[in-house]
Design a protein around this ligand. Structure first.
Ligand SMILES: Cc1ncc(COP(=O)(O)O)c(C=O)c1O
Length: 455
């Protein structure tokens, strides 16, 4: 069959409150045109993030009831540990309340002033946790990642020559090498198995461990199966095992590719490092068999990990984003190509050339999506990255709007609705205006800044 259907039936529903454009204009004024300020029940389609927003399955909800809340040695932990190990065979699996807690623990041990931590591209919490220790996060993604039109199948790959050079020239400052799969900051772009293996080989030759940020490991494995020569006939599960077999550890947010609403883990092979991490865990998260989670969360993750490697699901998952991407391209809306695993990124700077970067074309488009269709998306551009510590601002490299798809939540008609709202915005795009910031905090302004539309 040609149509790739949602491979699930809906058993529990959450009503969507349908707001009117007048109501949404009033709400935009109330929140200072910052979509983070909205109540989520005033949003029709919420594409702010794919993190923690998954719909859990009947099996996961059943597992929640099986959750055992013992402080130490809960069977929920052992089910969680064996589900992780079935895919990622690390010696030590340390649960945390979410991904950034795993990062904070790892970098509190290996970070510090003068240290350099290379990766393809660090996610912003990873970068933040590295920098909080005084270390420097170094992004070494391949050049094609910076070109929105490049059709490179693995735009998340790390530049091996630059990695080699860094390790050769400043190796004594580098405690480990990281790889983010898929590369969220770069648009959910995958890393090839060949690149993962080559990065591991370079790291090993220089005596450095390779740690994978595995948040979207299953989407990455699906892209490897579909795009990498020689991988088409292999199961996603085998590809996942190969991805992690060459690594020495991982950080994970279970809020992505484990279908959980909360959770994460740090996995390590090194006994000394793991002992230090567990000591830190007890200080900041909890006992090593629950690590900041309830037993029921650990059980939900264990089942989620079995479900996420289902190839019917992954085919539908990736196709949903491609479907929206193809329709937007047909409307003449420029997007980052090829479409990534968890989101479609719209190039707002190119879509709204009459709005200069310092008048925030990404924010203007995100506001228009909400005003005209009740869709909440996320600006990833000058609002997010343009603020400098001295209070001045610069244009970000790109002004993008991210449409992130929650897992198993929306149907094809929701996707068609998103495309229709874009059709409307394409017709009136010359009417869209920039914004100015009327108040902002000193850091991370995108969460709380207040705006005003320019006339
Ligand atoms: C690639 C990547 N790493 C780490 C994190 C942090 O995970 P968490 O939100 O669970 O702290 C995220 C979250 O979006 C992410 O996308």
């Amino acid at each position: 069959m040609k149509t790739i259907i949602e491979p699930f039936r809906i058993k529990v529903v959450e009503p969507i409150r349908i707001t009117t454009p007048e109501e949404r204009r009033r709400l935009l004024g109330d929140v200072g045109w910052n979509l983070f300020g909205l109540h989520s029940d005033d949003v029709i389609i919420d594409l702010l993030t794919d993190s923690g927003t998954s719909a859990m399955s009947a099996e996961q909800w059943s597992a929640v009831m099986r959750g055992d809340e013992s402080y130490a040695g809960s069977p929920s932990f052992y089910r969680f540990e064996s589900a992780v190990r079935e895919l990622m065979p690390f010696r030590h699996i340390i649960p945390t309340h979410q991904g950034r807690a795993a990062e904070a623990i790892l970098f509190s041990i290996v970070g510090g002033p003068g240290r350099l931590i290379p990766s393809n591209t660090h996610f912003d919490t990873t970068r933040g946790n590295i920098e909080a220790t005084g270390a420097t996060a170094v992004d070494l993604v391949i050049a094609e990642a910076h070109d929105p039109d490049s059709p490179h199948p693995f735009k998340g790959n790390i530049d091996l020559a630059r990695l080699e050079r860094l390790l050769r020239d400043q190796g004594e400052r580098v405690p480990l090498v990281m790889l983010t799969v898929t590369n969220n900051a770069g648009g959910g772009q995958p890393v090839s198995l060949e690149n993962i293996r080559a990065a591991a080989e370079v790291a090993r030759r220089h005596g450095k461990p390779l740690i994978i940020d595995g948040c979207r490991f299953a989407e990455n494995a699906w892209f490897i199966k579909c795009r990498e020569p020689g991988q088409a006939d292999r199961s996603v599960k085998d590809i996942v095992r190969d991805m992690f077999a060459v690594a020495d550890g991982m950080t994970m947010s279970a809020k992505k590719d484990a279908f959980a609403n909360i959770g994460g883990w740090l996995a390590l092979n090194d006994d000394m490092l793991a002992a230090a991490a567990r000591n830190r865990l007890i200080l900041t998260e909890g006992f090593p068999t629950y690590g900041g989670l309830a037993g029921r969360d650990l059980d939900a993750i264990a089942v989620g990990l079995h479900e996420i490697v289902d190839e019917q699901y992954l085919r539908y998952r990736v196709r949903t984003n491609e479907y929206i991407g193809e329709k937007l391209t047909a409307l003449g809306v420029p997007i980052v190509q090829p479409v990534g695993g968890h989101a479609v990124f719209v190039d707002a700077r190119r879509f709204l050339p009459h709005i200069p970067p310092l008048e925030y074309p990404g924010q203007s488009l995100a506001v228009a999506l909400y005003e005209h269709g009740g869709i909440r998306a996320c600006e990833i551009g000058t609002v997010m990255f343009g603020q400098r510590p001295d209070g001045t601002e610069v244009a970000a490299d790109m002004d993008l709007v991210r449409l992130a798809m929650p897992r198993r939540v929306y149907t094809q008609s929701h996707a068609d609705y998103v495309v229709e709202v874009f059709e409307d915005i394409v017709r009136r795009r010359s009417e869209l205006r920039g914004l100015r910031i009327v108040s902002q905090p000193a850091q991370l302004r995108h969460f709380t800044a207040r705006f005003e539309p320019l006339q």
